[in-house]
Structure formats: structure tokens, C-alpha cells
Design a protein around this ligand. Structure first.
Ligand code: NDP
Length: 287
């Protein structure tokens, strides 16, 4: 009687970026693969902007099951894919590619990860909420689109560079049902008293500049307001500490990072990952 040969080949996924050396996603995903008993590998691959097309052909040739995209590839990758799911097309950026047969499908899990963290970690349903976003970059774009599609009532985009903020507001008004307005960021921004949530979606507070706060009038943070930060490292930012000192509720950026990865894991493997294992792996990286 013959026994079935054990499959020695691992399934491959990974991330394309430049820079990529410090990216912690692989540690989180590999911890989840191990916990799920999956023979999968997550490779950090340094791919320069000009080499993206060749790299995508490479993953097609090498039967990768999917790939994450980070700086500078999230927008440029669209032209190399076979299909883009509707919300990623609205956002205009892809951070996760999955393979369906020979087709490469583009998804965006950043905003979905944030939404899941709002619902599951903060216990807040975004429907009907009035939300202030500080920042209008790629992360803000993904997060505001998903919040709008999930039924948020009103989004205020506060941004230093007016053109970028105005463009995001135009996108939200034309592609989602949300009411949106732009406020130029000059001096300290005072959070309106009717806001339910405020989100720092800028890179202010990211390691190593951990003591820097976004210019917000701290006196306008009222008790009970939900204050969120996109910065995952360190998770407890100076902004969240200041908000907690004013009895606001806080939500860190680590949850978003874990859930966007967990959604990608499920898209690739079809299996629900162990969220606690993923979070613990990241906490160890960030010390
Ligand atoms: P972008 O470069 O696309 O956008 C950066 C944003 O921050 C812009 O709105 C920019 O304003 C604003 N900004 C930066 N510095 C300042 C400053 N000194 N004063 C005022 N505004 C400032 O970056 P991303 O949107 O891709 O990323 C933003 C942050 O989100 C990063 O720190 C990243 O690590 C984090 N992130 C976290 C994720 C998670 O899962 N937790 C996922 C994705 C990103 P302006 O337009 O005027 O330049």
C-alpha cells in the first residue's frame, strides 16, 4: 500500500516595497500561518518603482498566492492587475492582491481593517456618526471611503495641503453617500462639539518622533469622544495619551494593522486567522 507523498512546497505570499527592510507584516503573517498549521511563507521583497511590472510578472510565473503592496506601489499596481474590487477602485489604491486561477485581483484592506477595529475593539457602529479626519493621504483615503460606505453621516477632512484635502472631499461626495467638507489646517484645529470620532490619519507621532502631537486644541477633546490614531508604532501615541487624560475613549493603530493583515490572510488562505497571535507578534516587534 502506498502513502500519499507529503507536499514539501510552501505556498508563497509577501510584500513589494521600497523601502521594505523594517516592514513588520511578515512576522505577523508567519505567526498566524504557524498557528493555523499552514505551510505558507511571507517574503519581504525589495522592488523599486520601475521594476513593479517585472515583479508582478514574476509572481505570476512563480505561482504566488498573493502579495501586499506598500510604498511606492499602491497606486501604480492598478495597471498590472486583471481586476480591481469596487471599493479599492473607488479608493484608487490596492494594498493586497489575491490570485484567482491565473487572474490577479486587487483589494484594499487598510480601511476595512480600520472599520473592523472600530467595530470590534472600540465597540462602535459607524452608522450615522460624524467623523473628523486629520490628514488626507493614502491611509485617510482608504479609511474615509470605507467609513462612508459603512454609513457614516458626515466626514470633515482637515489637511495641511488644501489641494489634497479638497480632492478627497470631492471623491467622497461623488463616489459615496456621505456628506463631506474640507477644512484647511492652520494653527491648532478645534474639534467641533458635535463630532463623534476624530482620527489622526497623518504620520505625526510615528517612531522615532514619538513626542510630537498633531496640532489640535486639546481643550476641544471632550469626555467620551472616540479618538483614533493610525500610528501603529508606538501604539500608545502622545496624541492618544493626551486624549485619554481628557477622558476620551481611544483606539490605537495596531488594531487596524492587525485587522488589515487578518483580512488579507483570509482572502489568501480562506481561513480565519488567530487575531490574538497576530497582535502579540506585532507587539513583540514594536517592543
Ligand atoms: P501619506 O504620505 O499618503 O499622507 C500623510 C498625511 O499626513 C498627509 O495628509 C500629510 O499632509 C499629513 N502630514 C504629515 N506630516 C504632517 C505635518 N507635520 N503636519 C500636518 N500634516 C502632516 O501617508 P499615508 O496616508 O500612507 O500614511 C499615514 C500614516 O498612517 C503613516 O504613519 C503610516 O505608517 C500610517 N498607516 C497605518 C496603517 C495601519 O494599519 N495602522 C496603515 C497605513 C498607514 P499633507 O497632505 O499636507 O502633506
Amino acid at each position: 500500500m502506498s502513502t500519499r507523498p507529503k507536499v514539501a512546497r510552501a505556498e508563497l505570499v509577501g510584500a513589494f516595497g521600497d523601502p521594505i527592510d523594517e516592514n513588520p507584516t511578515g512576522i505577523m503573517q508567519e505567526a498566524a500561518f504557524a498557528a493555523a498549521g499552514l505551510n505558507w511563507r511571507y517574503l519581504l521583497l525589495k522592488v523599486a518603482a520601475d521594476d513593479l511590472g517585472a515583479a508582478i510578472e514574476g509572481i505570476r510565473a512563480m505561482s504566488f498566492r498573493g502579495i501586499n503592496l506598500t510604498i511606492p506601489h499602491k497606486v501604480a499596481v492598478l495597471q498590472h492587475l486583471d481586476a480591481i474590487v469596487p471599493d479599492a477602485a473607488t479608493i484608487g489604491a490596492v494594498n493586497t492582491v489575491r490570485r484567482e486561477g491565473n487572474r490577479l485581483i486587487g483589494e484594499n484592506t487598510d480601511g476595512k481593517g480600520f472599520l473592523r477595529s472600530v467595530r470590534e475593539d472600540a465597540g462602535v457602529d459607524p452608522r450615522g456618526k460624524r467623523v473628523v479626519f486629520l490628514g488626507a493621504g493614502g491611509a485617510a483615503r482608504a479609511m474615509t471611503v470605507e467609513l462612508a460606505l459603512a454609513g457614516a453621516a458626515h466626514v470633515t477632512v482637515v489637511n495641511r495641503t488644501p489641494g489634497r484635502g479638497e480632492e478627497l472631499v470631492r471623491l467622497l461626495r461623488s463616489k459615496t453617500p456621505v456628506q463631506a467638507e474640507f477644512v484647511p489646517w492652520q494653527g491648532e484645529y478645534a474639534i467641533p462639539p458635535d463630532a463623534d470620532m476624530v482620527v489622526n490619519a497623518t504620520s505625526i507621532g510615528l517612531y522615532p518622533a514619538v513626542d510630537v502631537l498633531p496640532p489640535v486644541a486639546l481643550g476641544s477633546i471632550r469626555p467620551g469622544l472616540l479618538v483614533c490614531d493610525v500610528i501603529p508604532n508606538p501604539p500608545r501615541t502622545a496624541f492618544l495619551k493626551a486624549a485619554a487624560a481628557r477622558d476620551a475613549r481611544t483606539l490605537d493603530g495596531l488594531g487596524m494593522l492587525v485587522y488589515q493583515g487578518a483580512i488579507g490572510f483570509k482572502l489568501w488562505t480562506g481561513v480565519e486567522p488567530d487575531i490574538a497571535v497576530m497582535r502579540r507578534a506585532l507587539e513583540e516587534v514594536f517592543g
